[in-house]
Design a protein around this ligand. Structure first.
Ligand SMILES: NC(=O)c1ccc[n+]([C@@H]2O[C@H](COP(=O)([O-])OP(=O)(O)OC[C@H]3O[C@@H](n4cnc5c(N)ncnc54)[C@H](O)[C@@H]3O)[C@@H](O)[C@H]2O)c1
Ligand SMILES: [Zn+2]
Length: 355
């Protein structure tokens, strides 16, 4: 699969980390750190080492898995660990894990001693098609998603299908939601292909197409002044539902499950406030609900969800702004919608699974 060039760095596909071996062999880095969580240290580190001929010239920084740990306390721990290892500005951090690891590892690297190099090796579908591409790093504050972060690009990204073999089905589905989103916002043919293949048959070619779509958008608008906002389709309501679920539910939604809910709501908003046809709205709702489990957005949570949406980073001058579909494959951004419509879209979602 072709390497994708992205603003000064490469995104490699199924190279068995050969270009990384070359980088390491050059010996220009003073220290190499591998940042992983407990699960990826167990499932992915052996694969990583094997691909690099039993490479052991690194120090492992391991953290607890899960979104609830993508916070400043863990960052402080990692910064201190780097200091304990006397890491200087010439060291390299390799983020080996899902989006939590690439987001938090990227954030730690971009701020430690005002910035050290990092490389992303995304190991979940979600991080391969989305989180590790585009230069956003970040952490949550009080369960509110990605409130602190930087735009910093990695030195390289390595996407290896091999790592997906151990990813649980629920996590595969989480990443699949972002792929559906890429089709909905930018490429109707790709959306239809994904539908035909479904999540059980995800190919490197499909992952490559998702990365290509994301990369085209972020290259055009790296700092999210305009077009990049289309990548947030489903995320205004989705992020609010995800944050709420993280703070309230015993078994919180995954990012992709929350975005699937958000996409149904925001497809409704797209029909009401943009040009998405009733047929396409019905199509999107039927397909997404055939893949993702039912969830109830509790009516008593609507006020809290509105408050969460108010703190969304896409907002300007206090207005909640949405990215809405004009049709399947075409998305617009900076759309203002009435608060009553937001509520109605969530009521529409709640009726999705009612027979
Ligand atoms: N920076 C961006 O542009 C961007 C874009 C989308 C999402 N994100 C962020 O990404 C995060 C979600 O990413 P995620 O879903 O990858 O979460 P994650 O990193 O929490 O991974 C999900 C789970 O899978 C485990 N895991 C990872 N790789 C595995 C493997 N190969 N085998 C077995 N288990 C494995 C992890 O330990 C974790 O328990 C969110 O924090 C979201 O905000 C960032
Ligand atoms: Zn997302």
């Amino acid at each position: 699969m072709n390497t994708i060039e992205s603003s000064g760095h490469n995104i490699y596909f199924d190279t068995k980390l050969a270009p990384l071996a070359e980088i390491i062999e050059k010996g220009t880095y003073s220290n190499i750190f591998v940042f992983a969580d407990r699960n990826t240290a167990e499932a992915c580190l052996p694969v990583f080492r094997e691909m690099l001929d039993d490479f052991s010239g690194f120090d492992l920084i391991e953290t607890d898995p899960g979104e609830e740990n993508k916070n400043i306390d863990f960052c402080i721990g990692i910064w201190k660990t780097l200091l304990d290892f006397e890491a200087d500005r010439k060291c390299l951090m390799i983020n080996l894990g899902g989006g939590v690891i690439t987001d938090m590892g990227g954030f730690v690297a971009s701020t430690y001693k005002r910035g050290i190099d990092f490389i992303n090796i995304p190991t979940t579908l979600l991080s391969q098609v989305d989180a590790s591409v585009g230069g956003k790093t970040g952490i949550d504050i009080d369960n509110v998603k990605n409130m602190v972060g930087t735009f910093t690009l990695p030195q390289a990204v390595f996407i290896e299908a091999e790592f997906l073999k151990t990813v649980p089905k629920r996590e595969m589905l989480s990443g699949f939601a972002e792929m559906i989103k890429h089709g909905l916002i930018a490429d109707e043919k790709y959306y239809q292909e994904l539908k035909a293949a479904n999540y059980q048959n995800i190919t490197t070619a499909a992952i490559h197409r998702s990365v290509e779509i994301k990369n085209e958008v972020v290259t055009e608008d790296p700092l999210e002044k305009g077009k990049r906002k289309i990548l947030n389709f489903g995320h205004t309501i989705g992020h609010a539902v995800e944050s709420y679920s993280l703070s309230k539910d015993k078994k919180p939604l995954t990012h992709g499950e929350a975005i699937a809910i958000g996409m149904i709501c925001e497809a409704w908003l797209s029909h009401k406030n943009s040009t998405l046809s009733a047929e396409e709205l019905a199509e999107i709702r039927a397909y997404i609900s055939s893949v993702y489990p039912a969830y109830k957005i509790k009516e008593k949570s609507f006020d809290k969800l509105s408050a969460l949406m108010q703190s969304d980073k896409k907002n300007e001058h206090g207005n909640i702004l949405f990215s809405l579909l004009e049709s399947i494959g075409k998305c617009t951004w900076n759309c203002r919608v009435a608060e009553s419509d937001i509520r109605e879209s969530m009521e529409y979602y709640n009726l999705t699974y009612v027979k």
